[in-house]
Design a protein around this ligand. Structure first.
Ligand SMILES: Nc1nc2c(ncn2[C@@H]2O[C@H](COP(=O)(O)O[C@H]3[C@@H](O)[C@H](n4cnc5c(=O)[nH]c(N)nc54)O[C@@H]3COP(=O)(O)O)[C@@H](O)[C@H]2O)c(=O)[nH]1
Length: 797
C-alpha cells in the first residue's frame, strides 16, 4: 500500500490524504487479522463446546442407563456403548478387580482396539510396568489418572505401540467404588492429545461417581433380594413347620385374649380349625374359675413385663387339660413367653402347645404300677401301707380294733408247675375276685406277690375276723373252672389283731404270717390266730429263711454220708446223703428245722438240686477211686417231687456226674407220695423208666393206700425210726415192723430200717427178714473222707 502510494503523484494524492489512507490501510489490515484470530478462536471454542456437549450428552445417556439398567454387567456394557457412540472417546473399557488373583480383568468395552483387551489381565501388585500403568495408579492411589499425551507418558509405556495403532492420543483411568472400596477402573481413550481438559475431567469424574452410585444400588438391590429370598425361605420353612408339626404354635393378645395366630395343627389337637379358635377369646373354652386364674396370671405377667421384671427369655410352662370338639379332653403342655412386637409395638404372648396325653397316660400307668398289682388289680404293698396307716390312725383315735389276715393258697405252686403260669395267673385273678366279693367297703385286700394276699379288716374284733376267715375258706374252696380244668384251691389264713398282736403294719403282717405258717404246718385249709408262742418261732424262722437264701453260695452247706448195711452180708451197700448247714453265727442248724423252711420258701428246689449233684458227684468219685459200687440215697422233698421236670433234671445230674442211674436212690416220704398218689404213680414211673431206684422213706407214718403202694414202682420201703426205737419192748411196734417187712416182700420190695441204735433192735430186724439197716449202731452220718475210712475198715473185717 505504501509502495503504491509512493508511485502516485503528490498532486493526485496529497500527503495528508496519503497519511490518512495509510492509517486506514493499517487499521484495515489489523482488523482483518483480528477478525481471522477471532474466527479461529470462535471455531475452537465452538469445537470445545461441541465436545463438551457430546460429553454432557454421554453423561446424560449414562444417567439414563443407570436408571434403566437392572444389573451391573448390563449397565457397564451400555455405558461403554454410549460413551463411544457420542464420538468424543475412541475406546473405553471397564475392568474389575479379582480379589483372589489381584488382577484387573476387563468386563465391558467398546470402540476401536477392544480386540486387544481379549486376554488382558493387569497384575495389580508388584513393581511391573503394568501395575504402575494408569489403571494400576488409579486403583492403588484411588484417584483418576489423566494422561494427556499417550505416546510420551511413562505410565502408558507398555501400551504405547497399541495406542499408536489405534490412534489413542490421550487417556483417562478413573477408579470405581463399591461400599467405599475400589473395585475396578474405567479407562477412556481419546484421539486428541490433551483431550481431558478440566471440563472433561469434571464430567468424567461425575460419570464415575454416578457409576459408583449405580453399583451401590445394585449391591443393595442384591442384598435386599437375598434378604427377601432368605425371608421367603424362612417363611416357607416356618409355614411348613407349623403345618406339619404336631405342636400348635400360636400368638395371643394378652389384653383382648384373642388369638392373633394359631397354626393348623390345632385341628389335629382339638378338632377345631385355626379360624374357629381365633374367632373366640382364649378363655371361652375354660371354666369360669380357670378363666379367672388365667386372666389374673396374664395380668400379673403383663405388669412384670412392662416393669422389666419379665423378659422374652422368661418362659412359663403349664399343663392344661383342653376341651376337644368331640367332647373329650386332651392334656397339653403349654410353653409361653411375652414379647413386644417390633412392628406394632404391642405386647404379645407367643406359645407352643404340645399334646402330652401319651405322657400323662404313661404317668398314670406308672402311678398305677406303683400302687396296684398288675395281675389282679388289687392294691400292692405300697398302697396297702397307706391304707394300713390310715386304718391304724383311725382305730388308735377311736380305740378300735383291726384284723390283719395273711392268706396263702395251698399247693398253688403245684398248679403253676403242672398247668402252667397262664392257668396259675387266671386262678389268682379268680381267687382275688372271690375274696373281694365278700368284703365290706372299708376292707382292703392286697396281693403281696405269688399266692400271698393280705386282708386288712378295720373296725373288727377277733370273732368278726374269725367269721370273715371262715367265710373266705368256704368261698375260695368252691371248685373253679379254668379252661377245661376244674380246680379246687384252699387257703391257709393267719390272723393278727391290733392292738394285741402289734401296733404297726410290719409287726401285724409278720405275726399273721407266723399264724398262717402254723396252719400250713398243721393241716392247711384253715385259719389260726397269732399267739405269743408263734412269735419266737416266727422270728427264728424269718432269720433262718433269710440266711438260707445265701447259704449255698457262701459254702455253708455240706453233705454227710450215713452207711447203709446189708443185713444178709453185713456189707456196706450204700449211704444216705444228709444235708448239713453250718452258719457262722447261728452254728449248726438242724435239717429238721431248716428243711421245712427251705420247703415253704421254695428254696428247697435249688438246695435239693445241689444235694443231688453233690451226692452223685461223690458217688461217681468213689467209683473212680475203686471203692465197691455203692448206692447213694438222696432225700427228695415234696416240693422237688412236684416239679414236672424232675425226671429230666435227675437224668441231667446223672449225666453230668457220669453215674449210672441204678447207683442213685431217691427217697420219697410216704406223705409226699400220698399227697397226690395218682400223680406220684406217674412221676415214679418216669423216674424208674430212667433206671433210677426209688424208696419210700418214713414208711408206716403216712397212711399209705395199699392199692397205690402196689402201683408205685419203688424198690424198697424204709421203716421209720419211730417204730424201730421201741421195737425190743413195744409189741405194737414189733407187729408193725413185721407187717411192713411182710408187705414189702409181698409187693416184691426190699426193706431198710432206719434209726438202729442197738444190737437188740438189729437182732429183731434180722429175725423178721429185714434186708438192710442204718443207724448209730453202725455209724453216725460221716464226712466223705470218714466214710471212706469206715468203708475200708468194714472191708477188712
Ligand atoms: N429233703 C431233704 N431232707 C433232708 C436232707 N438231709 C436231711 N434231710 C431230712 O432232715 C431230717 C433230719 O435229718 P438229719 O438230722 O440228718 O437226721 C438223719 C439222721 O442223722 C438221723 N439218724 C440216722 N440214724 C439215727 C439213729 O440211729 N438215731 C437217731 N435218733 N437218728 C438217726 O435220721 C435222719 C435220717 O432220716 P431219714 O431221711 O428219714 O432217713 C430227716 O427227715 C431227713 O430226711 C436233704 O438233703 N433233703
Amino acid at each position: 500500500m505504501k509502495k503504491w502510494l509512493d508511485q502516485q503523484p503528490a498532486t493526485l494524492i496529497p500527503p495528508i490524504l496519503r497519511t490518512a489512507l495509510l492509517v486506514l490501510f493499517v487499521l484495515g489490515a489489523m482488523l482483518t487479522a483480528g477478525i481471522l484470530v477471532l474466527r479461529s478462536q470462535v471455531r475452537e471454542r465452538t469445537a470445545q463446546l461441541q465436545r463438551l456437549n457430546r460429553l454432557y450428552a454421554t453423561l446424560s445417556q449414562c444417567n439414563q442407563a443407570i436408571v434403566r439398567c437392572n444389573n451391573q454387567s448390563e449397565l457397564l456394557e451400555r455405558i461403554c456403548r454410549d460413551v463411544v457412540g457420542a464420538g468424543e472417546i475412541k475406546m473405553i473399557w471397564i475392568g474389575m478387580i479379582d480379589d483372589a488373583t489381584r488382577t484387573l480383568t476387563p468386563v465391558a468395552a467398546a470402540g476401536d482396539g477392544i480386540a486387544y483387551l481379549q486376554d488382558l489381565r493387569i497384575a495389580l501388585d508388584g513393581d511391573g510396568p503394568t501395575s504402575r500403568g494408569p489403571s494400576g495408579i488409579a486403583i492403588s492411589e484411588d484417584r483418576p489418572y489423566w494422561c494427556q499425551d499417550f505416546s510420551t507418558d511413562p505410565a502408558t509405556l507398555p501400551w504405547q505401540e497399541t495406542g499408536k495403532r489405534f490412534g489413542w492420543q490421550a487417556s483417562a483411568a478413573l477408579p470405581l467404588h463399591l461400599a467405599g472400596q475400589v473395585i475396578g477402573v474405567m479407562n477412556l481413550y481419546a484421539d486428541r492429545p490433551g483431550a481431558f481438559d478440566d471440563a472433561a475431567q469434571s464430567l468424567m469424574h461425575e460419570m464415575a461417581q454416578d457409576i459408583d452410585h449405580a453399583l451401590e444400588r445394585f449391591r443393595l438391590d442384591q442384598v435386599r433380594e437375598q434378604m427377601a429370598d432368605t425371608l421367603q425361605e424362612s417363611e416357607e420353612k416356618y409355614r411348613e413347620l407349623t403345618e406339619t408339626i404336631n405342636d400348635v404354635i400360636w400368638t395371643l393378645d394378652p389384653v383382648t385374649l384373642r388369638f392373633l395366630y394359631v397354626s393348623p395343627s390345632v385341628e389335629r389337637l382339638r378338632g377345631y380349625t385355626p379360624e374357629e379358635i381365633m374367632a373366640e377369646p382364649m378363655d371361652a373354652a375354660l371354666t369360669p374359675d380357670s378363666a379367672a386364674k388365667v386372666r389374673a396370671l396374664l395380668d400379673a405377667h403383663l405388669v412384670d413385663f412392662e416393669a422389666g421384671r419379665r423378659t422374652p427369655e422368661d418362659h412359663t410352662l403349664t399343663e392344661v387339660e383342653q376341651p376337644r370338639r368331640d367332647g373329650s379332653t386332651v392334656w397339653t403342655e403349654v410353653m409361653t413367653n411375652m414379647v413386644r412386637n417390633r412392628r406394632t409395638g404391642r405386647i404379645e404372648i407367643h406359645g407352643v402347645t404340645r399334646d402330652i396325653s401319651e405322657r400323662k397316660r404313661a404317668e398314670a400307668r406308672i402311678e398305677h404300677l406303683a400302687h396296684f398289682d398288675q395281675l389282679t388289680g388289687l392294691p400292692n404293698r405300697s398302697q396297702l401301707k397307706d391304707r394300713f396307716q390310715f386304718a391304724l390312725n383311725l382305730e388308735q383315735r377311736r380305740d378300735g380294733r383291726l384284723a390283719t389276715l395273711f392268706i396263702d393258697l395251698d399247693h398253688f405252686k403245684d398248679i403253676n408247675d403242672s398247668l402252667g403260669h397262664d392257668i396259675g395267673d387266671r386262678l389268682l385273678i379268680d381267687v382275688a375276685h372271690r375274696l373281694t366279693s365278700i368284703l365290706r367297703a372299708g376292707d382292703t385286700l392286697s396281693r403281696l406277690g405269688g399266692d400271698e394276699f393280705i386282708l386288712l379288716l378295720p373296725d373288727i374284733d377277733a370273732d368278726g375276723a374269725a367269721r370273715v376267715a371262715s367265710k373266705l375258706l368256704e368261698h375260695v374252696a368252691q371248685p373253679l373252672l379254668i379252661d377245661q380244668h376244674e380246680l379246687v384251691v384252699t387257703p391257709s389264713i393267719g390272723i393278727a389283731m391290733y392292738p394285741e398282736d402289734g401296733h404297726d403294719m410290719d409287726t401285724l403282717m409278720r405275726n399273721a404270717d407266723a399264724a398262717m405258717y402254723q396252719v400250713k404246718r398243721d393241716s392247711r385249709n384253715g385259719f389260726r390266730f397269732f399267739t405269743r408262742e408263734m412269735q419266737a418261732h416266727s422270728v427264728r424262722t424269718l432269720t433262718l429263711a433269710n440266711a438260707l437264701r445265701t447259704a449255698q453260695e457262701r459254702g455253708q452247706l455240706s453233705l454227710m454220708y450215713q452207711p447203709q448195711l446189708c443185713l444178709h452180708t453185713d456189707q456196706v451197700i450204700g449211704a444216705e446223703a444228709l444235708l448239713r448247714w453250718h452258719h457262722p453265727q447261728l452254728g449248726m442248724v438242724p435239717p429238721a428245722e431248716f428243711i421245712p423252711i427251705a420247703e415253704s420258701t421254695g428254696l428247697i428246689v435249688d438246695i435239693g438240686h445241689w444235694v443231688m449233684c453233690e451226692a452223685a458227684a461223690q458217688a461217681s468219685r468213689w467209683r473212680r477211686d475203686g471203692l465197691p459200687p455203692l448206692s447213694i440215697a438222696v432225700n427228695l422233698s415234696a416240693v422237688q417231687f412236684r416239679n414236672p421236670r424232675l425226671s429230666d433234671r435227675v437224668a441231667q445230674v446223672l449225666d453230668e456226674a457220669g453215674l449210672p442211674a441204678e447207683a442213685l436212690e431217691l427217697e420219697l416220704t410216704e406223705a409226699t407220695t400220698m399227697e397226690d398218689p395218682q400223680k406220684a404213680v406217674l412221676i415214679i414211673d418216669q423216674l424208674s423208666a430212667r433206671g433210677v431206684a426209688m424208696s419210700i422213706d418214713d414208711f408206716g407214718t403216712g397212711h399209705s393206700s395199699l392199692s397205690y403202694l402196689k402201683r408205685f414202682r419203688v424198690g424198697r420201703l424204709k421203716i421209720d425210726r419211730s417204730f424201730v426205737r421201741d421195737i425190743t419192748e413195744d409189741a405194737e411196734d414189733k407187729a408193725i415192723v413185721a407187717a411192713i417187712i411182710q408187705l414189702a416182700n409181698n409187693l416184691g420190695m426190699t426193706t431198710i430200717a432206719e434209726g438202729v441204735e442197738t444190737a437188740g433192735q438189729l437182732d429183731f430186724l434180722r429175725e423178721q427178714g429185714c434186708d438192710a439197716a442204718q443207724g448209730y449202731f453202725f455209724s453216725r452220718p460221716l464226712s466223705a473222707s470218714d466214710f471212706e475210712r469206715y468203708l475200708s475198715a468194714t472191708l477188712m473185717r
